[in-house]
Design a protein around this ligand. Structure first.
Ligand code: BGC
Length: 756
């Protein structure tokens, strides 16, 4: 009894002492790197100086996702379930309070395309190409902010966003994930989207650095191009976007550039990105894009993102060995860690970590809808067939799965949208499988249609008009319906996905024949295209109107219906040239194929091959001008339900071009015009140097000034490592597309150099 009493007394005494100690102890002092008044660089250096080399190696070594079987020991099912289902994962370092990196794809919404966790949905933004077609910085920013916020609310702190490889080939399987063919337009739109993301205290990447301009053989091919041309085209797009958006990370690409793998390419990583551009963030590898330890580390790679997908584990034990034997220096390892920490401090990952919360779905869907409303492009509208009157007698809606939803692109960016019903996804030769733990796994060849259905939205907008649907599979049936309807809306699609280029630009299956037959039966036919990028239109002369809706996302159907019925006046402009045929492209046959068959199957061990990008910087509309080719629709083109005048151009020269002009609404409806300014250096081809998207009431005029970034007038001198603007007379063109000439001026430019 006594013994027991004394044990209880001792416990009480200890508790009392402990509480007294707690009261008298000074509150724990936060470590110096948590002082938010210090710069990210100082905070990163303070923290990095406390890390052991072992901890630094852990920070530069990532795993492929929280649902993968390869996480380190100790990740019990309960611990995994508490983490969001991610594409990449870098464990944190508890001793120093370094949070884990939880990475998800990305640019088109929080990707959850593996269907790993049933019920996991996110707002599907329209494709990045559609966002670029808005030519509206704030649309790109708002889209980025929305997905950044959704990512935070799901517990992520890194978005693998910012796809910006130039669309050198419109057949490229990721054309929908990128922002078109022009370095200025792509640079500004992607930079704004990254700013929107990172303002939510999330790190964004920019990717895929560099020249991942086609998917065919992406892990095998070498994109060969002279350095000057690369600086003036693909790298310029990255440069502009990085200046504007300051992404925390740059993701290096699968392909080689001039024979050296992107993730161990000294020129693009060390010389251009880190030295010339002074980039402070870190380079992470694409998933499975690392090929060495010493070369990769010394030539600029800072983090192996998903070592399980690389042929070997390059940044685990091999990096430890390389540090020990001195082939990678301790200073370089410190630099790698410091760069990662810099991105984390600069973007609030320490100070404002994400907290899981329900999504604000209604607000987020409105952002997606607004994006679609500004990026859908009206390509043809004969005799003002559009907008439709709500009281049309009867409307036939044909094809394109318009009874279910709108098309989206496939691959790692795939979003399982809000309102998704997996039974309505289209499986091409595969089936959604149930795997261990009740998780679902989506095969790669699943097409996801984003709800709601255009048919339902058209019915709602048509207010009582008879709207009948035909799936378009049997052309004779569709023709019958078209003939007995006043108006026909045909939905046509082209599906693209990461990893595969489309073989050609034709709509597949019976779609061209269907459109031709329906238009022959009823000339009041409107074609709505849901495509990743440009397609050919052999039926163009026969149809009344064409609307390019791209992949319009989770409220795409609403936007399409609003444009068809005139509630929204279309204002999108093409961010990419539509050719008349593949023969007009710099590479009529996709390099690595014989035109129909892939010569290099992805994943095969066929000898690596080269693509010679002999068109150099002349991508898209520049190529068309150089070769005097007439496209089907030029870059920058798009119609409106009103008409505009562009005029009053006056331009000044000197060290750069400044153009002042008037944009007027000459029609009867409010609408937005995108006035574009192009400059042609002596002996060169025209380059977009700026634009202004203005919203005008009927009769209204706005006076606008556009000033060129002088790099857009320059060529890159690789010997002097400077931009050189040549002295001479430059032609300035004001127009509503790359081929429209509304007004011209000539200015004299003086010679100058600009340090990169
Ligand atoms: C893609 C990247 C993506 C990564 C992670 C890769 O296959 O090329 O864009 O971020 O997977 O999902």
């Amino acid at each position: 009894m006594k013994a027991r009493f004394s044990a209880v007394a001792a416990a009480l005494l200890l508790a009392a002492l402990a509480s007294a100690a707690a009261q008298t102890q000074p509150p724990s002092i936060p470590p110096p790197w948590m002082n938010t008044s210090l710069t990210p660089a100082i905070r990163a250096a303070l923290l990095q100086s406390k890390m052991t080399h072992e901890e630094e190696v852990r920070l530069v070594h990532g795993y492929v996702g929280t649902d993968s079987p390869w996480l380190p020991k100790g990740y019990t099912p309960a611990i995994r379930a508490a983490l969001p289902s991610s594409a990449g994962y870098v464990p944190g370092i508890a001793r120093l309070g370094i949070p884990a990196l939880l990475e998800t794809d990305a640019s088109l919404g929080v990707a959850n395309g593996g269907h790993m966790r049933p019920g996991d949905q996110a707002t599907a933004l329209p494709s990045s190409l559609l966002t670029a077609a808005s030519w509206n910085n704030s649309v790109a920013y708002q889209g980025g902010a929305m997905i950044g916020q959704e990512a935070r609310n799901k517990g992520f702190n890194v978005l693998l966003a910012g796809g910006i490889d130039l669309a050198r080939d419109p057949r490229g399987g990721r054309t929908f994930e990128y922002s078109g063919e022009d370095p200025l337009l792509a640079g500004i739109m992607v930079g704004e989207a990254i700013r929107g993301i990172q303002d939510q205290h999330i790190i964004s990447t920019i990717k895929h650095f560099a020249m991942n301009d086609q998917e065919t053989g992406r892990g095998l091919m070498s994109a060969n191009i002279d350095n000057a041309s690369m600086r003036e085209s693909d790298l310029l797009a990255f440069e502009i976007a990085i200046e504007r958006g300051a992404p925390g990370s740059v993701m290096c690409a699968y392909n080689r550039v001039n024979d050296s793998y992107s993730c161990e390419n000294d020129y693009i990583l060390n010389k251009v990105l880190k030295q010339d551009w002074g980039y402070k963030g870190f380079v992470m590898s694409d998933w499975g894009a690392v090929h060495s330890t010493v070369d990769a580390a010394n030539n600029g790679l800072d983090q192996e993102s998903a070592y399980n997908l690389d042929r070997e584990d390059y940044f685990g034990d091999p990096l430890r060995m390389a540090i020990l034997d001195g082939s990678v220096s301790g200073e370089r390892l410190d630099d790698m860690a410091r760069r990662i920490l810099h991105a984390m401090f600069a973007n609030g990952l320490f100070d404002d970590p994400p907290v899981k919360r329900p999504l604000d779905v209604d607000a987020d869907l409105l952002v997606a809808q607004h994006t679609a409303e500004e990026g859908i492009v009206l390509l043809k509208n004969e005799n003002d067939l559009l907008p439709l009157a709500a009281h049309s007698r009867s409307i036939a809606v044909i094809g394109g799965r318009a009874d279910i939803g709108v098309y989206s692109g496939g691959g790692s960016s795939q979003v399982i949208p809000i309102g998704n019903d997996p039974s309505q996804e289209i499986l091409i030769g595969g089936a959604v499988r149930q795997v261990a733990g009740g998780q679902l796994q989506m095969p790669k060849d699943t097409i996801v249609l984003d709800p709601p259905a255009p048919l339902a939205m058209i019915r709602a907008a048509a207010r009582g008009t008879q709207v009948r649907y035909d799936d378009g599979n049997d052309i004779a049936n569709a023709v019958k319906l078209a003939r007995s309807s006043q108006i026909v809306v045909v939905f046509a699609h082209q599906w693209m996905r990461e990893g595969w280029d489309v073989a050609n630009l034709s709509l597949y299956g019976n779609q061209d024949a269907l459109i031709s037959a329906v238009a022959a039966a009823n000339p009041r036919t409107i074609v709505v295209l849901e495509t990743g990028g440009p397609v050919l239109m052999p039926w163009l002369d026969k149809v009344g109107a064409v609307l390019e809706a791209w992949y319009p996302g989770n409220r795409g159907a609403n936007a399409i219906a609003e444009i068809l019925f005139g509630k929204v006046n279309p204002s999108g402009r093409l961010p990419i040239t539509f050719p008349q045929s593949e023969s007009q492209l710099p590479h009529p046959v996709i390099p690595g194929t014989d035109g129909t068959r892939l010569l290099v199957a992805p994943g095969s061990r066929i000898t690596p091959y080269d693509i010679e990008y002999t068109e150099g910087p002349n991508v898209g509309y520049k190529w068309f001008e150089l070769k005097k080719l007439t496209p089907l629709f030029p870059f920058g083109f798009g119609l409106s339900y009103t008409t505009f005048d562009l005029g009053g151009l006056s331009a000044t020269g000197g060290t750069t071009i400044s153009a002042t002009f008037d944009v007027s609404n000459a029609g009867k409806r409010e609408g937005m015009q995108t006035a574009q300014v192009y400059a042609t250096p002596p002996g060169g081809v025209a380059r977009l140097i700026g634009w202004s998207k203005v919203d005008l009431k009927p009769g209204e005029t706005q006076h606008v000034t556009v000033t060129a970034d002088p790099r857009l007038l320059a060529t890159f001198d690789t010997v002097g490592n400077v931009w050189r603007v040549a002295e001479g007379d430059y032609a300035v063109t004001l127009g509503s597309s790359s081929t429209d000439v509304s007004a011209t001026a000539t200015v004299h430019i003086t010679a100058s150099t600009i340090k990169p």
